[in-house]
Design a protein around this ligand. Structure first.
Ligand SMILES: [Zn+2]
Length: 137
């Protein structure tokens, strides 16, 4: 007979597979349901909701915005924003909720400053391009 677990051939008298140790039952061919792996355990309920109970849930750290504005807009202001954003979680873990909120506000403010100055630079650059193009014509 064949082991339903690994498919190794065993003698008809064997009670356990000589290859993997699987307990053998007296069936000539393993049923199709034997090959189907057991269904995965159900998702642990409320996994995503547990984050709402954490102290970090209501104090956004704006780290994503800070990094994005650093990359796409204005590097020095964006770095200031990243520094504040990085402080938020650390202060929350230290129990300094007021400090975390303050850092969160600073991170958002500097992200906007970075975004705004980047925008001004881009617009100013475009204006210079247009003026230069007009001056040449
Ligand atoms: Zn086996």
């Amino acid at each position: 007979m064949y082991c339903p677990n690994c498919g190794a051939r065993n003698s008809e008298e064997a009670t356990n597979c000589s290859n993997c140790g699987q307990e053998l039952r007296r069936i000539e061919t393993p049923g199709p349901e034997e090959a189907v792996p057991p269904p995965p355990p159900p998702e642990p309920g409320g996994q995503a909701q547990t984050t709402s109970y954490g102290p970090q849930s209501d104090v956004p750290n704006y780290l994503v915005q800070a990094i994005l504005t650093t990359i796409f807009c204005c590097l020095p202001f964006g770095i200031v924003s990243i520094v504040y954003a990085a402080q938020v979680n650390g202060k929350l873990q230290a129990g300094d909720r007021a400090g975390a909120v303050q850092s969160s506000r600073n991170a958002r403010m500097w992200a906007w400053i970075s975004f705004g100055s980047g925008l001004v630079l881009i617009v100013g650059y475009l204006i210079l391009l247009v003026v230069g193009a007009l001056a040449q014509s």
